[in-house]
Design a protein around this ligand. Structure first.
Ligand SMILES: [Zn+2]
Length: 281
């Protein structure tokens, strides 16, 4: 493997860590493999069952605390994204009824926004709508919550990380329409778990965060450099190896460089310029 001529960034745009999983050790594994920065995205932790916006606040604090511990234990640049996960709406609806569940989700978004305002978080996410079928009224409520998230992101001048069903050109266009209506720049509207669809005609201008599965980054590179790369590592102790491991993005990036598929220039854009453009830092 030929060594790169200068140090360059390797950024994973979507990672979860769990206090009950590997936690900081996973971040160290990422760093050892060559990673330099990541977005730590909150997730529903088992230790906090969220029924109120205050519960969500506690959950967001876990993410912020994990980020602090990663910064202390590594040299990584760690950005934080918090927000009520879209799968929480169907769960909460079962407990509280849809109307109250929707209220809790909206209040939780407001709490997430206050984390960004205070500088504890840098983006809203992941928010959006369930990737599985839900009744029409829950779908409608989810779209409303997602739109409110976009409006808040615009107000805060931060990015939003969208979790939705699989992105087809139709889905991309619909999400872009919602972002436009909310006044949120599409460069700050990140489609998490994106297929390697880089052309603006197909992704409607959303910012794709491409899942680093086998061959996906190559496919993306063949179309351009306007994308982020992610593992969606979930650090779930009950499902080790269920998803891409924490070292995947550095390994793939270094391998693509060594094989000449990825140029150093393109690596600087994808792992340096793009995260800066999207997340504003
Ligand atoms: Zn995720």
């Amino acid at each position: 493997m030929t060594a790169p001529t200068r140090p360059f960034p390797i950024f994973d745009a979507h990672m979860h860590l769990d206090p009950e999983g590997l936690g900081v050790r996973a971040a160290k594994e990422f760093e050892r493999a060559g990673g330099t920065g990541l977005v730590l995205v909150g997730k529903p932790y088992r230790s906090v069952r969220c029924s109120t916006a205050a519960d969500f606040g506690c959950s967001f604090e876990i993410t912020v605390d994990l980020a602090r511990r990663v910064r202390e234990g590594t040299g990584l640049r760690v950005l934080v994204a918090v927000g009520p996960h879209p799968a929480e709406l169907p769960r909460l609806s079962g407990e509280l009824g849809l109307e109250r569940a929707e209220r809790v989700m909206l209040d939780a978004l407001e709490t997430a926004a206050s984390f960004v305002r205070e500088g504890k978080a840098h983006a809203l996410g992941e928010v959006g709508r369930p990737h599985f079928d839900v009744p029409p009224d829950q779908w409608e409520a989810s779209n409303g919550i997602m739109s409110e998230g976009m409006r808040l992101a615009r107000e805060l001048g931060c990015a939003i990380i969208l979790h939705t069903e699989s992105a087809t050109p139709g889905v991309f266009a619909e999400l872009a329409g919602l972002a436009r209506r909310a006044g949120l720049p599409l460069d700050r509207t990140v489609k998490h778990f994106s297929p390697p669809v880089i052309g603006l005609a197909e992704n409607a201008g959303l910012f794709p965060s491409v899942l680093a599965g086998k061959g996906a980054v190559e496919k993306a590179l063949a179309q351009g450099t306007r994308f982020l790369v992610e593992t969606d590592y979930i650090d779930d102790p009950r499902r080790p190896g269920a998803v891409l491991g924490p070292a995947t993005v550095p390994r793939r990036t270094l391998d693509l460089l060594a094989r000449g598929v990825l140029s150093e220039e393109a690596a600087f854009v994808i792992h340096g310029d793009n995260p800066r453009k999207v997340f504003g830092q």
